[in-house]
Write a protein of this length. Structure first.
Length: 546
């Protein structure tokens, strides 16, 4: 048998330039092509217009005293200003700190202090988020924070005005001091235990990840990419914005936060060729009442990523949204973010049932979580990867960095995967998500995939809950389609004879929605806590296990 280790091809050369240099090259090639369209702000810019705005913001940052290496926080949903700040910080060598727009005071204060932010760019408010009030509450505890720019107020004009005294030569001089390996971005990964960790990424890591992701989607300057995923995460800012600016494609920003109707309206009106989303976003889109009336004739590709992608959802996206070349990507924030991806030329079967093969210039292997030995192809092991895309480390946290990246440079994902003889990878679960029921290892993903096949089921999430007899029992939270009804026993009957008896959920909870993070990932920890309370399993939960 072949060992589960793979190396990507190296025929596509990596980019050895900064983000600013790459943007300038695109502007020179396509000055008059559309760069960015933001319907909800009434913004439409060509690449030359976009670059001029970015330069004005970059000069404003310099005029405000931002130095190379200073941290500039960005705390906002998807607005044009987010993208301007992304490119402007890269041009002046500041490190942009992406702050989750769902953060509240405790999390905001932690991110600002841990990263040592000198400036924060944000909105004064958005829907129920009173950003200004939260900033004012934590500001006295953040000694490094010197400036706050509320971009929906006169502050934005003041920032631009601050750059009037900065010349083109001054900006060029600053850019000349930058190196492609410099840290340029800090992204806080969701802390399932303890505080979030700040994954620190370089020009080189995110620029090349975007290059190769765009290549897998076969992008060129004629593409129009609809980006409803949050910019604060790599999916939005790297796979979305940076991939567009590398290829000269158009960034289309349909809504500040995900709204399925706004996405469908924008895809149709802007003739988008590509659409991004996490699985729950695509579930909402294909379940929308107007789906059948939509014109998706321009749509051809896109990316589904961020959490495991149900096979049935992928098939519906291909069949019902004309996304015949849709791809699946897999990775993590710490890997800029993509490690593996299917391509537009892969078979439909590979594209709906795997997360593709390792990216060019990247290595991957599967190891036994207990021994660290590489497993054989076909066997299960922890997915590990190394290459240009691996983060520089967790910001100011060498101990956590050493736990994640071993001495040979391999980033350990915590995900369980298989690799077939052709190198295609399938993610089968999280090491920590695994349910152990009476000595049987049960992976929630497998049961979820099966439950999706029931015609009444739109979405399903499986968790383990404590049980005094078996240690853990299986529980499914199930979302039904519009107008559908289903009883617990009917769903259990559907499972019998088709999956092993110990995999059949003992508990079933029908819901309209799941608790979510802002990126659309299901919060299984919260589901488990609520289930323990609702089912009265506190005593079983308190039982100590060996």
């Amino acid at each position: 048998m072949t060992a589960a280790i793979a190396k990507g091809p190296t025929d596509t050369p990596l980019l050895e330039e900064t983000i600013g240099e790459n943007l300038a090259a695109t502007v020179a090639r396509f000055p008059d092509r559309e760069a960015m369209v933001v319907p909800h702000q009434g913004i439409r810019q060509t690449w030359s217009e976009f670059a001029a705005t970015v330069d004005a913001v970059a000069k404003g940052l310099m005029g405000k005293g931002i130095q190379k290496g200073d941290r500039v926080g960005m705390w906002s949903p998807n607005y044009a200003e987010w993208t301007y700040v992304q490119y402007a910080t890269a041009k002046v060598g500041a490190i942009q700190v992406n702050i989750n727009p769902a953060y509240r005071t405790n999390e905001l204060e932690y991110a600002l202090k841990q990263s040592g932010c000198r400036m924060l760019v944000t909105r004064s408010e958005y829907l129920t988020s009173a950003y200004r009030d939260m900033v004012e509450e934590v500001r006295p505890n953040c000694p490094d924070l010197q400036d706050v720019v509320y971009f929906d107020t006169e502050d934005w004009a003041d920032l631009i005005d601050a750059g009037v005294s900065v010349s083109d030569a001054d900006l060029a001089e600053r850019e000349a001091t930058l190196d492609t390996n410099d840290a340029i971005n800090i992204q806080y990964t969701s802390g399932t235990t303890g505080f979030p960790k700040g994954a620190t990424l370089s020009h080189r890591s995110i620029l090349n990840d975007a290059l190769l992701v765009g290549q897998a989607c076969a992008y060129d300057e004629s593409d129009r990419v609809c980006i409803p995923v949050p910019f604060y995460h790599c999916f939005g800012m790297v796979m979305g914005n940076l991939a567009c600016s590398i290829y000269g494609a158009t960034m289309v920003i349909p809504c500040p936060t995900f709204d399925p109707e706004a996405v469908l309206d924008t895809v149709e009106a802007e003739r988008c060729t590509s659409l991004y989303g996490v699985p729950t976003m695509f579930v909402a889109e294909i379940g929308h009442e107007t789906l059948a009336t939509r014109d998706f004739s321009a749509l051809r590709t896109g990316i589904m990523a961020g959490s495991p992608c149900p096979i049935e959802v992928m098939r519906k996206v291909i069949d019902q949204m004309n996304m015949s070349e849709v791809t699946i990507a897999y990775g993590m924030t710490e890997t800029s973010p993509v490690s593996t991806q299917t391509s537009t030329t892969d078979s439909v079967e590979h594209r709906v049932s795997t997360v593709g093969r390792v990216l060019p210039h990247v290595e991957s292997k599967l190891v036994d979580p207990e021994t660290g030995e590489t497993v054989e192809r076909g066997g299960e092991g922890e997915y590990c990867t190394r290459g240009f895309h691996v983060m520089l480390g967790y910001w100011d946290d060498p101990a956590k960095t050493a736990e994640a990246i071993d001495e040979d440079g391999w980033m350990h994902s915590g995900d369980l995967a298989t690799m077939d003889e052709d190198g295609y990878v399938n993610i089968v679960g999280r090491i920590k998500d695994m349910i152990i029921r009476g000595g049987e290892n049960v992976y929630p993903r497998e049961i979820e995939e099966f439950l999706y096949t029931h015609p009444a089921v739109v979405d399903a999430q499986v968790i383990g809950v404590p049980d005094e007899k078996y240690g853990e029992e299986i529980m499914a939270w199930v979302q039904l389609g519009e107008g559908e009804s289903l009883a617990d026993d009917e769903l259990k009957d559907f499972c019998r004879g088709k999956i092993a008896h110990f995999k059949i959920p003992r508990y079933i909870h029908f819901v309209n929605e799941f608790p979510m993070t802002v990126t659309g990932k299901v919060r299984k920890v919260e589901m488990r806590e609520k289930s323990i309370a609702d089912l009265g399993l506190q005593e079983a939960a308190a039982t100590e296990m060996a």
